[in-house]
Ligand binder design. Sequence first.
Ligand SMILES: Nc1ncnc2c1ncn2[C@@H]1O[C@H](COP(=O)(O)OP(=O)(O)OP(=O)(O)O)[C@@H](O)[C@H]1O
Ligand SMILES: [Zn+2]
Length: 472
Amino acid sequence: MQRRKVRFEATTPGKVGMYLCGPTVYSDAHLGHAKKEVAFDVIRRYLTHRGYSVRYVSNITDVGHLQNDADEGEDKIARRAALEKLEPMEVAEKYYWSFMDDMGRLGVQRPSIQPRATGHITEQIELIQELIARGHAYEAGGSVYFDVRSWPEYGKLSGRKLDDQEEGTREAVRGEKQDPRDFALWKNAEAGHIMRWNSPWGEGFPGWHIECSAMSLKYLGENFDIHGGGLDLEFPHHEAEIAQAEAAGHGFARYWMHNNMLTIGNEKMSKSKGNFTTLKDLFERVDPQVIRFLLVGSHYRSITEMSEEAFVSAQNGYRRLHDALNEIERRLPTAPHREDVLSAKVARHVQAFEDAMSDDFNTPRAVAALFNLTSDVNAALAAGEVGKGALTQAQAAYRELGGQVLGLFAAGMAIGAADDTALVSTLMDVVLEARQHYRLSKQYAQSDALRGKLAEVGVTVEDTKDGARWKR
Ligand SMILES: Nc1ncnc2c1ncn2[C@@H]1O[C@H](COP(=O)(O)OP(=O)(O)OP(=O)(O)O)[C@@H](O)[C@H]1O
Ligand SMILES: [Zn+2]
């Protein structure tokens, strides 16, 4: 709101109420969506790490999000339902779970509360009634609009002045609005519109912005701490959220945070531009942990430019950290009990990490601290034995800061082919031994079948006078 960094003070000491505008569930999530979810997940995790008890509310939009911001066009979910020949609620359900699966693989923690717009029609209607009663909204033709001219503070978040906006707005979009800048709180449902509810103004459906005001107030109360979302939501969505809540007499969010966009070829990745990579496609070839590492490598307020090279360098960088942690854990059980100079260095890098994160969640600087830690750890490990205390401390730094805060180093990850060389070689020894056993006992059908299966995965076996050899 102030367009600068300010000191964070929780409304209730020790507690943080956070609201993040969630997805409109009508298609599979792409990498741009992941940037937003991971950015706010890290913020939540860091606040938790600092001892706050965080209530994290993130909504699911399953009604009311129309094709364009001027309150016109089809509902995104209903349009998809027609395309896929599904019920609108089937579409919402399908893509909701798709979203949750993808975010789960990226290590995004589930919200404390994940309210759906269709489950809160009553709350939205009540808020609209309050706005009408206070003279900040009016009914027209079964729809209700927010009266922007009645609320001089409209524009305070995005810094837009009403007069600037007027120039940019076409008369054509005015329709039944008293002012083209007014926005829909409730829309009259025309014949054939499937998603519809009874209201004091006839059958209709809520506007997109009202759900977030109604649901954040319901679950976080007035003056809750942090409201987040993508920078593209600042106007009109967040501006509208503030106006709806405050004009109805409620205190609203105290800190506003917006993530910048993920771009590809310097253009925002987006569904409508068609320049997107779905997470599901990406997971086929890049480990979700590496994707997450790549995302935390840039600041939430910065643009993240995507490229193949970026994946490769993320993969290498992440492997470097991961290898150091593995080596620490391998050596820990036999490490000697003694003081070690590494201890003080670890403490310094931990402090650098905390300082970076306490400065507007500066994840690239925090990651740099982990790399500096890794250089010192590797140097110490290469020089010989390292004291148990220092190793334990270093392990805790990776697990707590990299693991708990950044959401990395999850168990059971596959980090890519190069790490598997030794394993593959050992497994091939086992397979060739089994084949040799078949041959010696004249079970040629079995030994040929094994060779055939290996050929299918691109491994050829040659019998030489020194025994079987394999190559890819
Ligand atoms: N490229 C991106 N980088 C960062 N955040 C994004 C990106 N694309 C979408 N988001 C975030 O996800 C939210 C939901 O996005 P939305 O469903 O509108 O996706 P989209 O691909 O931009 O779709 P469309 O092009 O149809 O608007 C956005 O409000 C935004 O905050
Ligand atoms: Zn919202």
